[in-house]
Write a protein that binds this ligand. Structure first.
Ligand SMILES: O=C(O)c1cc(=O)[nH]c(=O)n1[C@@H]1O[C@H](COP(=O)(O)O)[C@@H](O)[C@H]1O
Length: 224
């Protein structure tokens, strides 16, 4: 079975991102390039990391009117990312149009409720109810819109997996027991997320900010 870990390359310097990616590439399954990376390095940066030979997860979290999101999807088409994110809160039509504009080889997945948010944060956005219910509702909407899957925390992935058997489920907010949690609020271990049905495990700082990133990538791999 291939390694489900995608390393989040949330680094401002392209050279540093490339060096880190090259160092750990034997112990991860792919690289996730997010807003920090894409805003700084654009298509050129994606090509540079893709040259290492592992699949690219382009985490742009698109959230706008359907026409604008479809246009953005077309603009990244030639990068042939394995995975792209949109926000489920953008609604059904936006997700449908995003999927229609994506290349055949690209999985489009919808972010449900960010792992940095908890129930109190959710209420402050005007949404009553539990984080769990919000994730389940948006997962159902994403499935109805024809997306390939969703992004959720490890606290909900088992329930989503039961509801959406062949959904492609991406789980960030992962920490080995002894790691500092930083800004993440809904956190589990990589092993638990994997056992509960995650297809992809997103790991960033526990590897990228480790004193020895290669040892940290190996340590994550060893738990799976
Ligand atoms: O879409 C994502 O990847 C994502 C969704 C989410 O709800 N939470 C979340 O942390 N992420 C991303 O996953 C990565 C987590 O990084 P670390 O907390 O450093 O492991 C970051 O690149 C986030 O942008």
């Amino acid at each position: 079975m291939s390694n489900p870990v995608y390393l989040a390359l949330d680094l401002p310097q392209l050279d540093a991102a490339k060096a880190l990616a090259a160092r750990v590439k034997g112990h991860v399954g792919g690289f996730k390039l997010g807003l920090e990376f894409f805003c700084a390095h654009g298509h050129h940066g994606v090509h540079e990391i893709a040259a290492l030979g592992l699949p690219i997860f382009l985490d742009l979290k698109l959230h706008d009117i359907p026409n604008t999101v479809a246009g953005a999807m077309q603009a990244i088409h030639m990068l042939q990312p394995a995975i792209v994110t949109v926000h489920a809160a953008g609604g059904r039509a936006m997700m449908e149009d995003a999927k229609a504009a994506a290349g055949q080889a690209t999985r489009v997945v919808a972010v449900t409720l960010l792992t940095s948010l908890d129930e109190r944060d959710l209420q402050r956005t005007g949404i009553a109810g539990s984080a769990h219910d919000q994730v389940m509702r948006l997962a159902e909407l994403a499935e109805t819109a024809g997306l390939d899957g969703i992004v959720c925390s490890g606290q909900e992935v088992a329930a989503v997996h039961r509801q959406w058997k062949d959904g492609f489920l991406v789980v960030p907010g992962l920490r080995l027991a002894d790691n500092h949690v930083a800004d993440q609020k809904r956190v589990v271990t990589p092993r638990k997320a994997r056992d509960d049905g995650a297809s992809v495990l997103v790991v960033g700082r526990p590897i990228s900010r480790a004193a020895d990133p290669l040892a940290a990538a190996r340590a994550v791999e060893a738990t799976l």
